[in-house]
Design a protein around this ligand. Structure first.
Ligand code: FAD
Ligand code: SIN
Length: 598
């Protein structure tokens, strides 16, 4: 793009951002060009430091940048308002990230960046910046504040589903909680969760006459994990899954739709009505509940160390704040819920050299700090080599195509137009089969009927990942495969659906035949998705030391732990784990403390 067009673009974006009154006063904006920090753009429009920071000198910005964000919203409106005004097909202000801070993307004193591109690759214009992702650097250094030591009852590390659930539960049990997040947004990988949450014997299953049992969920989980799971933890997962669905429902979530993901014997994957993505929904519900309770949540706040006293009891954490620098929080209990390490290519390759260079479906903060700071505090690690690749990440991207697409009926075909695997086998087997095909990729093939059965599929059209044809033959031509072979593959599969018998690959659940035009395909490749290994915990979520004994005051929940899933996690079991074990951790951490008066 030429400089002239860049300038027009920046002025156009500015026009959307600046308050109407100011714009009317300033129609002759002089903009210096491309990558100019917003402070200068504001200055060019006679909006000075005071308007944003509220004071003229000694400007102090808190790590969460709350004060600045209030000012952004006062002038430009909340994200929901900006989103409602947008006519663009890709609308970053209305994305699945929810009501995040404006400063996540827009920066006053450095180049702005489009956070969406941490996972996507949109060519989005942004005032005073670029759509290229820039690494977030948390500055080192001591706190500039006089009192660099704070106190609370329970510190929770990580704002995914496990951390937020633990924080809400501990708060409700009377504890004063501080919840810390190193990224500029809350939600972690949990916010990306797509297909749903597994649970057995729920009221939603009963309403749909689905005959499930805790024992069957336990057996499926153990079988999926190649029987290497910690049986006690797997049983806790299955036994508490229905009450975790009830808990989420009681705090405002809708997970009433029930479908299926690979490795499950019956439909037990719970998600919002119509089959919408589970993660952004429940994270928004958890965020709202944490905000309603006024829980102290701090983003841009990375925990770098877990503190222990001479007796080995955990006593708090050291935090590296984006603006504040290093400081300490003393606490009576610490819950570590910092997620996995799928977005840390070096760590993945260390444990599994054969996965070197593979794409990942994870958010950029999933770098495994949790296992490091946990191990430094004496925790025993287990199953670290058990890294899961998800069979269906859209080729050339980091966008996960949910297993629920296959659960609702899609098939996998190779570049020659043939099926090659039971689409609902466990992820390890499906991934291995795809990697053995031409180009180490394959196509998910579906029709209009399957598209209509799952809301999430519309998102893939939106992201331009889908190829289409009016007939299987037409689709095959678009994909560059022999038309008669794809047509034959679909016909054979449809006959198997009619006969309820998949002779070729023994797929047991075939909910929909592929007979309704149009026909669609998404090219997929396996990508690093989930790390089964992590801190060893017991049934009370206490972190276990190398000595085999629990470390006093130290709890962990969610993907940072190891043991629940053994060698291979079943789709839908992680969100279930985060809620169940997050609740146990929050409760037990709160029991340890004599509540501080709020
Ligand atoms: P996370 O949600 O990852 O949260 C951990 C948080 O800790 C992060 O925000 C991270 O930035 C923060 N953190 C890390 N280090 C530090 C530090 N040093 N200091 C402070 N904060 C720190 N599972 C299902 O069951 N069903 C699904 O449908 C599903 N879909 C998925 C789709 C995608 C694209 C992905 C990536 C995963 C999916 N999963 C799904 C898996 C599941 O979402 C995750 O395993 C689960 O959400 C992990 O939750 P968590 O709370 O343990 O960690
Ligand atoms: C998916 O929706 O395919 C991901 C589900 C999971 O990882 O549990």
């Amino acid at each position: 793009m030429g400089n002239h067009r860049k300038i027009i673009l920046i002025v156009a974006v500015l026009a959307m951002l600046l308050p109407v009154g100011l714009l009317q006063a300033k129609t002759d904006i002089q903009v210096a060009g491309g990558n100019i920090a917003l402070a200068e753009l504001h200055k060019a429009n006679k909006v000075g430091c005071v308007e944003c920071h509220g004071v003229s000198e000694k400007i102090v910005v808190d790590d969460s940048e709350k004060g600045i964000n209030i000012k952004c919203i006062e002038c430009h409106g909340a994200l929901s308002e900006l989103s409602a005004k947008s006519k663009d097909p890709i609308n970053p202000h209305g994305s699945h990230l929810g009501e995040i801070n404006c400063t996540v993307c827009h920066s006053g004193h450095e180049q702005s960046r489009v956070y969406c591109n941490s996972c996507h690759s949109f060519n989005l214009p942004i005032a005073g910046g670029s759509s290229e992702i820039k690494k977030i650097v948390v500055p080192s250094g001591k706190s500039t504040k006089k009192s660099a030591v704070e106190k609370c009852d329970v510190v929770v590390i990580g704002t995914g589903a496990a951390g937020m659930t633990a924080a809400i539960t501990a708060h409700d049990a009377g504890a004063k909680v501080i919840l810390l997040e190193k990224q500029p947004i809350t939600g972690g990988n949990s916010m990306l969760a797509a297909g749903g949450m597994n649970a057995a014997e729920t009221s939603f299953q009963k309403a749909k006459n689905i005959n499930d049992s805790v024992e069957l969920m336990y057996e499926d989980t153990m079988k999926g994990g190649k029987n290497t799971n910690d049986p006690e933890l797997a049983r806790i997962l299955a036994k508490n899954s229905a009450s975790s669905v009830d808990w989420l429902t009681s705090i405002g979530a809708d997970i009433s739709d029930v479908g299926r993901m690979a490795g499950a014997s019956v439909n037990r994957t719970h998600r919002p009505t119509g089959g919408a993505a589970v993660g952004s929904h429940i994270v928004n519900v958890l965020r709202k509940n944490a905000a309603d309770r006024k829980i102290d949540i701090r983003v841009n706040s990375k925990v770098v160390k877990i503190l222990e006293n001479k007796g080995g009891k955990v006593t708090g954490v050291v935090v590296q704040g984006k603006h504040r620098g290093e400081y300490t929080i003393e606490a009576k209990a610490v819950v570590l819920a910092a997620g996995g390490f799928s977005a840390n290519p070096e760590k993945v390759a260390y444990y599994r050299p054969e996965f070197k260079g593979m794409t990942t479906s994870n958010q950029p903060g999933a770098t495994g700090d949790g296992v490091e700071i946990g191990a430094n505090a004496g925790a025993e690690l287990k199953d670290m080599k058990e890294i899961q690749i998800h069979p269906t990440v859209a080729a050339g991207s980091r966008i996960l195509i949910t297993e629920a697409v296959r659960g609702n009926g899609a098939i996998l075909v190779n570049h020659e137009g043939k099926r090659f695997v039971n689409e609902l086998t466990t992820r390890d087997k499906a991934s291995e089969a795809i990697l053995a095909q031409t180009g180490q990729s394959a196509f998910l093939v579906l029709d209009e009927g399957i598209r209509k059965s799952l809301k999430q599929i519309d998102g893939y059209f939106h992201l331009e990942l889908v190829k289409e044809g009016n007939t299987p033959e037409e689709l095959a031509k678009v994909l560059g495969m022999p038309p008669e072979i794809l047509a034959q593959t679909i016909e054979t599969y449809n006959k198997a659906v009619d006969a309820k018998n998949d002779d070729e690959f023994k797929r047991s659940d075939m909910p929909l035949a592929l007979r309704t035009a149009k026909y669609y395909a998404i090219e997929i490749k396996p990508g690093i998705h989930y790390t089964m290994g992590g801190l060893k915990i017991n049934a009370n979520t206490q972190v276990i030391a190398k000595s085999g004994k629990p470390i006093p005051g130290f709890f962990a929940a969610g993907e940072v732990t190891g043991g629940v899933h053994g060698a291979n996690r079943l789709g839908g079991n992680s969100i279930s784990e985060t809620i169940t074990f997050g609740r146990i951790a929050g409760d037990n951490a709160a029991k340890l403390v004599k509540p501080v008066k709020k």
